[in-house]
Design a protein around this ligand. Sequence first.
Ligand code: PGA
Length: 251
Amino acid sequence: MPKRILVANWKNHPESSARAAIILDGLQKKSQIFKKISTYIAPPSTYFESASKKIKGFANLASQDMFFATDGTFTGAITPDISKSFGVKLAILGHSERRALGETNEVVSDKMKTTLRSGFIPLLCVGETERDQEGNHFEFIREELELSLNGVRRKDDARKLVIAYEPVWAIGKKAKEAMQPEELSEMVIFIRKVLTDIFGRDSAEEIPILYGGSVDATNAKELMRAGVDGLLVGRASLDPKIFASIAEAYL
Ligand code: PGA
């Protein structure tokens, strides 16, 4: 996997295709910046078609989830084949907002396997809901990684994998309430160690680790300096100028 990855998670925004077109036009104007790194845009699937056309040449299309099955009939599902037909390259899996709706580590690991088998890059999100003095969040992250990666053990799989550390308490806040770089460095080292235990040192070294949670133009640079390989951006990715400034923080 190339390092230095920037992912826009549009979540359930914007509310109309007209507004999506405005954002996509704004991104196009800043295409030179996005081209310099590995940029992925994950809009709602209803905007896949327009997004895939407009970001061509400077960013890749991503999905915010991946259905766990490839065969059968499933009302309401966006199956891997559908995503592939629009050119989706990467799938965000196990986002905390999906976990809050009841998605378990077991379901996430099924989706991981389908995503890998179907040829997409899985971006696995992990993150604790709260922190305590005893440091229980480290064990929480270890377990979330181990269980979400259950059945994903091949070195070949590790080569395609991307991890996003998104502490739930830091999502959707003001930039100054995002995680502090020192704490982030510590967690990145810990996640790398867990990945080493799972895949072995050589493979684990190659896996990009991103940070997400209230990233904007004001804190992107210091967060990148904390040793992550990229950022997963929610709200701030809906403003092309701010999103471009975040990309500039990589350079
Ligand atoms: P935020 O969201 O940047 O709005 O905090 C990040 C995410 O949930 O992926």
